[in-house]
Design a protein around this ligand. Structure first.
Ligand code: DGP
Length: 115
């Protein structure tokens, strides 16, 4: 989508600190990190949010959650102690960028409930 900042990051039209890329997704450091490790994993394809996912996106979501995030957690050094994966969705969910993204947060003890 032409006016989507995360589409532009995925297309490398604007810079980011990329930590991973494949044909389906990219992962990059969050601009406003909330933990020592804070990366965003996004599909290259524009999908607005979890709510916009369809049957056709099952492989994409599975790839990100099954193949990519566990490997990233290991390579970023947070797998052993634990980490959090968050997909803020919609206004009350705290979603500010309308392109599906999974926050991978780690490197500190997480609190519950979240703010
Ligand atoms: P959310 O609030 O769940 O929609 O998270 C959006 C996150 O995206 C937020 O933590 C800040 C981050 N972010 C917004 N714009 C940029 C950007 O241009 N570059 C990077 N690296 N992160 C961004």
């Amino acid at each position: 989508m032409s006016d989507c900042i995360f589409c532009k990051i995925a297309a490398k039209e604007i810079p980011s600190s990329l930590v991973y890329e494949d044909d389906v997704c990219v992962a990059f450091k969050d601009l406003e990190p909330q933990a020592p490790v804070h990366v965003l994993v996004i599909p290259k394809k524009h999908v607005e949010s979890v709510l916009a996912l369809t049957e056709n996106d099952k492989a994409l979501v599975s790839h990100i959650l099954v193949d990519v995030i566990p490997k990233l957690a290991k390579s970023l050094g947070v797998a052993e102690k634990g980490f959090r994966v968050v997909a803020n969705t919609g206004a009350e969910g705290g979603q500010s960028v309308k392109h599906l993204h999974f926050h991978l947060l780690g490197g500190r003890s997480m609190q519950w409930p979240p703010g």
